[in-house]
Design a protein around this ligand. Structure first.
Ligand SMILES: C[S@@+](CC[C@H](N)C(=O)[O-])C[C@H]1O[C@@H](n2cnc3c(N)ncnc32)[C@H](O)[C@@H]1O
Length: 229
């Protein structure tokens, strides 16, 4: 007997397909800022939201997502938000931010939390919150940025994090090795320099690093924590 899909399953699939089509279109148009051709996988979104899904303390959290794109991680954030958590989803690409706003308003993944989620169509460096954030999850493509841009973003994240607050961000495995073979020398050197800034922050504030192979391309995640004083 042929398997049938429930209407909810079909709607979810259609919604994810629309996300992926917009992501690909914007990646072709603005690859430097987008950094990938497909949205993050559910496995990567789950690993990035670990501090939400595994929390033991029920205290409300102020969350920021930097570079939310078409929302795969935003969906996971919304599903794991506690009843008093708030989230600022920040996306610099106007088309993607508008798409994300539509998802927040009508997609079932956001049902339980939509009145506590705000979409900001802005660069992450321009968004802050009185009292700061407990958790920042970042999807910005640092490997495509200059060292100065990476430092600017990380400094901003640490400015707007509360003491003890956490930052989780990801990048793709082996991009430096691939660039060493196929990219112009200046681009390889630019990425090496921006990688050193990431390393400096990870060495200073890192608490854990993990690999997620179930993503295209496979990714690493760094989890960092701002000191209490
Ligand atoms: C690699 S994609 C990740 C998108 C999404 N979080 C995901 O996991 O599929 C990077 C996203 O960061 C956005 N972006 C790049 N620079 C940004 C900035 N300075 N502020 C906010 N968003 C930015 C891009 O437009 C893009 O949507």
């Amino acid at each position: 007997m042929a398997a049938t899909q429930s209407p909810t399953h079909t709607l979810r699939f259609d919604s994810r397909l629309r996300d992926a089509k917009l992501f690909l279109r914007e990646a072709v148009r603005t690859f430097r800022a987008t950094g990938s051709v497909v949205p993050s996988s559910p496995a990567l979104a789950a690993a990035l939201t670990r501090h939400l899904s595994d929390r033991s303390d029920p205290a409300p959290l102020a969350i920021m997502e930097g570079g939310a794109g078409t929302g795969p991680v935003s969906r996971a954030i919304a599903r794991h938000m506690g009843p008093e958590d708030t989230a600022d989803l920040v996306e610099a690409n106007a088309e993607m931010a508008a798409h994300l706003q539509g998802l927040v308003e009508s997609d079932t993944d956001f049902d339980a939390a939509r009145d506590r989620i705000r979409v900001h169509a802005a660069p992450v460096q321009e968004v802050s919150r009185d009292g700061g954030y407990d958790l920042i999850i970042s999807g910005l493509p640092f490997a495509n940025f200059t060292a100065e841009e990476v430092r600017g973003v990380l400094e901003h994240y640490f400015d707007v994090l509360k003491p003890g607050g956490r930052l989780s961000f990801f990048g793709y495995l082996y991009t430096k090795e691939v660039k060493a073979v196929i990219a112009p020398r200046e681009d390889y050197l630019r990425q090496a320099r921006s990688g050193w800034v990431v390393e400096e922050y990870v060495n200073r504030y890192g608490t854990a690093t993990e690999r997620v192979v179930a993503n295209v391309p496979p990714a690493w995640i760094h989890h960092l924590r701002k000191p209490l004083d």
